[in-house]
Design a protein around this ligand. Structure first.
Ligand SMILES: N[C@@H](CCC(=O)N[C@@H](CS)C(=O)NCC(=O)O)C(=O)O
Length: 200
C-alpha cells in the first residue's frame, strides 16, 4: 500500500511535512486537495485539515504527529537533536512555531486596516527579536544540524514572505542568515520557491 499525502502546495504545515519526507527519502504520493475541493479528504477523514496522511492504510492527521510517525518508522536522518533534554526543547520550539508564529501569520494576512497592520507588525517584531536571539551565532538551533524546530520555523517564515507578502525586515540579520542556510540545505533556487523536492 502506498503512502498518500493530502496536500495543499501553499499550506505551511504541508511544506513542513514535505521537508521531513525529503530528508528521510521516503517516497509518497501527493493528493492535491484543491483539485476536488477537499472532497476525497472529507470522505477519508471527515475533517478538512491538511496535512493528512494515509500511511499504508493508517490515517495520521497534523504535521507534528505525521513527522513523529515518520521518524518512528524511518529513523534515518533524524529530525530531532541528540539527547532527551534537547529533544524536549526541540518539540517545545516546534509547538511554539506551529501555534505562535502561525497566529502572527494569520494576523498579518487578515490585517485590513492600518491599525490591524500595525498590531500584526508589532506581534512579528517581538517574534523576530526572539528568533534573532535563537539563531545568534548558529546555523541551526541544535548542534548545527537541521531539526524539526528549524523546519517548522522556516515553513512559517516562508509563508510570511511568499503568501502574506511581508518581508522579514533587513535589521534581523540572524533570521536572514538562517533563511539563507535553509535555502542552501533544502537546495532551493530562491527563497520564494516552495519546497517539493522528493528527496534531499
Ligand atoms: N496543527 C495543524 C494545523 C493544520 C492546518 O491549520 N491546516 C490548514 C492549512 S495550513 C488547513 O487545512 N485549513 C483548512 C481548514 O481548517 O478548513 C498541523 O500542524 O498540521
Amino acid at each position: 500500500m502506498a503512502i498518500k499525502l493530502f496536500n495543499s502546495q501553499t499550506s505551511m504545515f504541508c511544506e513542513k511535512v514535505r521537508v521531513v519526507f525529503a530528508l528521510k527519502k521516503v517516497p509518497y504520493e501527493v493528493i492535491d486537495v484543491r483539485a476536488d475541493e477537499r472532497k476525497s479528504l472529507l470522505e477519508y477523514t471527515n475533517q478538512r485539515k491538511v496535512p493528512t496522511l494515509n500511511y499504508n492504510g493508517e490515517c495520521v492527521i497534523d504535521s507534528t504527529v505525521i513527522s513523529a510517525r515518520l521518524e518512528k518508522d524511518h529513523p534515518q536522518n533524524s529530525i530531532y537533536p541528540e539527547g532527551a533534554n534537547n529533544k524536549g526543547l526541540c518539540l517545545a520550539i516546534e509547538d511554539w512555531s506551529d501555534e505562535v508564529l502561525v497566529h502572527a501569520n494569520h494576523a498579518m494576512r487578515r490585517a485590513d486596516t492600518p491599525e490591524a497592520k500595525q498590531k500584526a507588525e508589532a506581534e512579528w517584531d517581538t517574534l523576530f527579536k526572539t528568533l534573532e536571539l535563537m539563531y545568534a551565532g548558529k546555523k541551526f538551533i541544535f548542534d548545527n544540524k537541521m531539526t524539526i524546530a528549524d523546519i517548522s520555523i522556516f515553513s512559517q517564515l516562508h509563508y510570511l514572505y511568499t503568501a502574506v507578502k511581508y518581508d522579514v525586515p533587513a535589521q534581523y540579520k540572524n533570521v536572514h542568515a538562517f533563511l539563507e542556510n535553509m535555502r542552501q540545505t533544502l537546495k532551493l533556487k530562491s527563497l520564494a520557491e516552495s519546497f517539493d523536492a522528493p528527496s534531499l
